[in-house]
Structure formats: structure tokens, C-alpha cells
Design a protein around this ligand. Structure first.
Ligand SMILES: NC(=O)C1=CN([C@@H]2O[C@H](COP(=O)(O)OP(=O)(O)OC[C@H]3O[C@@H](n4cnc5c(N)ncnc54)[C@H](OP(=O)(O)O)[C@@H]3O)[C@@H](O)[C@H]2O)C=CC1
Ligand SMILES: O=C(CO)[C@H](O)[C@H](O)COP(=O)(O)O
Length: 470
């Protein structure tokens, strides 16, 4: 025994496919799942000479070469703590536990410290790419102790997606940095999906296009600057029909779940004082989508404009430009949060490398990540992507389309909260004053919170006539 390179606990969608990917790259893999039928299914449905299934936890851990490398690919949250406690008695000094699930980064920081004190090394590894990515090349975001990273680097670089020959995997930073980067990746994923969904609804309800026609439009868009995994799969999805020929998407309930990473991004951004309004909007839409009964009640009570198919010949192009522009803003917001977190947590995040690894394997892979890389290569300290010449150039080029499309949507009662949020961000950022002078005055009026002046340094309080009159 003691000869297997790496052990994976959790043989569901992700764990089983990552195990096969590792085995394809010449690593011997031990697989274990607390549900024995998963192990049986794993070794019978997907047999591989490099993979061995185990039914006994102790045997599984004893099969691993020391220092042991144990990769957890299980449900995030309490199960990770439970499994860590279950395996700890069988581990020795210097062994390595890696958590590849979507764990909250603060849990990863806590586990990192807890296990370090016990002589166990801990890595939080962001994994993106879903089932297919796990099998043939995900994007990987490892965070932990850089001195130990060399011990696991060969495995992860081997199995990661490759772009221009480079693995979509690099050491992100200490303790929870890898999971943080994955969390915001998912936040951006929520925003991107919501924007695409709004573009679809515009094309459908204002453009009057059928699902199949919209699939072709997305297919066309995927050939240009919007080229991305999510635009590509949207084209596929819209072309898919149910048994009777009805577009399948029409048969799917208008209600979407969330496991938490988008919401965490939004909460974290509020704590950091960073505006990620498009991500927050996308979370809110998922929340609203779940209020099915309330939504139908509201639809009966509150009148709605009659929708017209009022698109002109330029309409599709205007929606495309709007989607591209709003997408730029969403990524700019996500990367602003990286910047703030990098300073706050002392992670020294490399934004260019983060954009680079997102180009392959992951759900938000997109051609325009090359533009983000270029922007950070040009200006590593860029405080907001919108200050890069390519991106502000695109906003200048396309903002008229975004405004026109939002007006059309508002007039027709087609909700486009993420498109609107993108424009509000741009207008708030670039439109001169945003009304905070009046807010300062109000705070000083009711709470004597003081205000700052444009013509003098310092803090001032005013004896507001009406407030202080006897
Ligand atoms: N699916 C995806 O596209 C992606 C998922 N992830 C993350 O990867 C992780 C695994 O995802 P996925 O493969 O989809 O599977 P699930 O998120 O459905 O989790 C199922 C796995 O977690 C294990 N598990 C659940 N509860 C416990 C527990 N209390 N103790 C021990 N094990 C437990 C299950 O084991 P058992 O059979 O014993 O119940 C099973 O192996 C999750 O954290 C997920 O968020 C990351 C990227 C993409
Ligand atoms: O991490 C992922 C993709 O990158 C997972 O698919 C995740 O489950 C997506 O988040 P949610 O379930 O909240 O939509």
C-alpha cells in the first residue's frame, strides 16, 4: 500500500470526473465516497486503470503516498468540517488536505489556521468548468501555503485546461484567496447569465423573434467579440426542443435557484465598499423568480404596458452592443472587488493572471478576457477596468445603444434590471455629481454629522434655520 498519488473524497459529478482526468494524466487516484453506492457506480460505470475505489475510509487514507494528498470534492459548508474531523485521526504531520468545492473563503481561512496548528497543510481550490471541465480541463484557483504548493502543482497543472499551452491554474494567494477568486468568478457568472437572459427576453418580447431565431442570433454573436462559453451554450439551449417540437426552454419553470456564491460575492462587496450592483441584481432576480405565487398575484393587480414588437432593423445589433457593454461593466465590477480584497486581505492578487486562467475551462471563459489581460498588462495598478482605453472606448462607442434599448424595454414593460444597473453604474461613475452633497446636508441637518465643503478643508456643521428655530 501507500503507493497512490492522490485520494479524492466525494465521487459525485465533479469528484468522479476530476479523478478520471487525473488518471488520464498518469496519476494514480484513490476514490472514496461516504455513500458506498457512489463508489460502486464510479468504478463500474467509469472504469479506469489509474483509479481505485475504496469502501473503507482508513484503508483509503492508508493507500496514499506520504505526504498524503487528499482532495475533498463534496458539498460546501458543514460537510467539509465533518469530513475533516473524520479523516484527521488517520493523517500524519505534513499531509495535505485540499478542498475543491465551492466553500466560503472565510471557512477556508478558518480551516487553514486550524489545520496548520495540527501540522496539516490546507488548500482551498476554486474549481470551475462543471462536469465537462472537470473531465477534460477545468480552471483551477489554488490558495494556501506557497511553500507547500510545489507538492500539488504538478497534478493541478496537468489536469487544468490549457490556453496557448499554458495551464489555466496558478497559485492565487494565501489561505482563502483561491476560494475568494472562485466566489467572485461565480458572482460574475450570475451577472453574465442574467444579462444574457435579458438580451434573450428583449429579442423575444420586443424583437418578436422565435427561440430558434434567437438561437441563430446568439450563434452569430458567438462568432464575434461576444464569443464566450455562456453565449455558446445559450445558442444550443434555445435550439433544443421537447419531444413534441416545442422549444424546451418554454417548458422550464421561470424560477432559478442559487447555492450561495453569488450572494456571498454581493455581501462581501457591500462589506468592502465596492459596487457590484449587476451581481447583486442578478441575485435579486433569482430571489424574485422564486416568488412564483406573489408574481402571479401582482400580475393580476398591477397593470402592465402592452408589449409591441417595435424593433427596427438596427434592433438586434443594438441589443448585441448593449449586452457587450453591460458585460464589460459586470467584469469591471468583479475585478474592482478583487482589487479591494487583494489590499484588504494582503493577498497580492495578480489580476492579469486571474483573467488568464479564466480564459479556459471555466464557465465565464470569454474572448474578451484577453482584453482584460491586456488592460492589466498595460496598467497593473488600474483601479477600475473602465479606465483602460479599450474599455472606455467601447463604452463610448456603445452607450447610446444601451440607453435606447433600456428606454424601449421600460416603455414595453420588459424588465431589464441588469442592463439598467450597468448603465446606472456608468452614469454614476461618469456623470459628474451624484447628489451626495444633498445627502451630506441631510445628515448634518438631522444628525449633526457634519459635512465637507468644496472650497475649504475640514468638517463643518451648519445651524440649519428650520431645524434649530425655537
Ligand atoms: N457541479 C458543478 O458544476 C460544480 C460544483 N462545484 C462544487 O464542487 C462540490 C461538489 O459538487 P458536485 O460534484 O456537483 O456534487 P454536490 O454539490 O451535489 O455534492 C455531492 C457530494 O458531496 C458529498 N456530501 C454531501 N454531504 C456530505 C456529508 N455530510 N458528508 C460527506 N460528504 C457529503 C456527497 O457524498 P454522498 O454521496 O455521501 O452524499 C457527494 O459526493 C460542491 O462544493 C460544488 O459546489 C464546483 C464547480 C462546479
Ligand atoms: O461553481 C459552479 C460553476 O462555476 C457551480 O455550477 C455552481 O453550482 C453555480 O452556482 P449556483 O448553483 O449558485 O448557480
Amino acid at each position: 500500500m501507500e503507493s497512490i498519488d492522490i485520494g479524492i473524497i466525494g465521487l459525485s459529478v465533479m469528484g468522479s470526473n476530476l479523478a478520471l482526468n487525473m488518471a488520464d494524466h498518469g496519476f494514480s487516484v484513490a476514490g472514496y465516497d461516504f455513500e458506498s453506492s457512489f463508489t460502486t457506480q464510479f468504478i463500474t460505470d467509469k472504469p479506469h486503470s489509474g483509479v481505485q475505489g475504496f469502501y473503507d475510509l482508513q484503508e483509503f487514507l492508508h493507500s496514499l503516498t506520504k505526504p498524503r494528498r487528499v482532495f475533498l470534492m463534496i458539498k460546501a459548508g458543514k460537510p467539509v468540517d465533518t469530513v475533516i474531523e473524520q479523516i484527521l485521526p488517520f493523517l500524519s504531520d505534513g499531509d495535505i488536505i485540499m478542498d475543491g468545492g465551492n466553500s466560503f473563503f472565510k471557512d477556508t481561512q478558518r480551516r487553514f489556521t486550524y489545520l496548520s496548528e495540527k501540522g496539516i497543510h490546507y488548500f482551498g481550490i476554486g474549481v470551475s468548468g462543471g462536469e465537462k471541465g472537470a473531465r477534460s480541463g477545468p480552471a483551477l484557483m489554488p490558495g494556501g501555503n506557497i511553500d507547500i504548493y510545489e507538492n500539488i502543482r504538478p497534478v493541478f497543472e496537468a489536469i487544468a485546461a490549457k490556453i496557448e499551452g499554458q495551464p489555466c491554474c496558478f497559485f492565487i494567494g494565501s489561505d482563502g484567496a483561491g476560494h475568494y477568486v472562485k466566489m467572485v468568478h461565480n458572482g460574475i457568472e450570475y451577472a453574465d447569465m442574467q444579462l444574457i437572459s435579458e438580451a434573450y427576453r428583449l429579442l423575444k418580447y420586443i424583437g418578436g423573434y422565435t427561440d430558434l431565431e434567437i438561437s441563430k442570433i446568439f450563434c452569430q454573436w458567438n462568432q464575434g467579440e461576444l464569443n464566450s462559453y455562456l453565449v455558446g451554450i445559450t445558442a444550443d439551449i434555445l435550439a433544443e426542443c421537447d419531444a413534441d417540437g416545442t422549444p424546451l426552454v418554454e417548458r422550464i419553470v421561470d424560477c432559478a435557484g442559487q447555492k450561495g456564491t453569488g450572494r456571498w460575492t454581493s455581501i462581501e462587496a457591500l462589506k468592502q465598499g465596492v459596487d457590484v450592483s449587476i451581481i447583486t441584481t442578478a441575485c435579486n432576480v433569482r430571489v424574485l423568480s422564486n416568488l412564483m405565487i406573489d408574481r402571479s398575484k401582482a400580475a393580476e393587480l398591477i397593470g402592465h404596458p402592452i408589449r409591441e414588437h417595435c424593433a427596427d432593423t438596427n434592433f438586434v445589433e443594438q441589443v448585441r452592443r448593449s449586452l457587450y457593454t453591460a458585460k464589460i461593466v459586470a467584469y469591471a465590477q468583479g475585478f474592482s472587488l478583487y482589487r479591494s480584497a487583494s489590499i484588504h486581505y494582503g493577498w497580492h492578487l495578480d489580476f492579469c493572471k486571474i483573467a488568464a486562467i479564466f480564459r479556459g475551462g471555466c464557465i465565464i471563459r470569454a474572448q474578451f478576457l484577453n482584453r482584460i489581460m491586456t488592460a492589466y498588462e498595460r496598467h497593473p495598478e488600474l483601479s477600475n477596468l473602465l479606465f483602460d482605453e479599450f474599455f472606455y472606448g467601447k463604452i463610448n462607442e456603445n452607450q447610446a445603444s444601451l440607453r435606447d434599448i433600456i428606454c424601449l424595454a421600460v416603455q414595453n414593460g420588459v424588465a431589464v434590471p441588469a442592463f439598467s444597473s450597468a448603465l446606472q453604474y456608468v452614469d454614476g461613475y461618469c456623470g459628474g455629481t451624484i447628489g451626495a452633497n444633498l445627502i451630506q446636508a441631510q445628515r448634518d441637518y438631522f444628525g449633526a454629522h457634519t459635512y465637507q465643503r468644496v472650497d475649504k478643508e475640514g468638517s463643518f456643521h451648519h445651524e440649519w434655520k428650520e431645524h434649530y428655530k425655537k
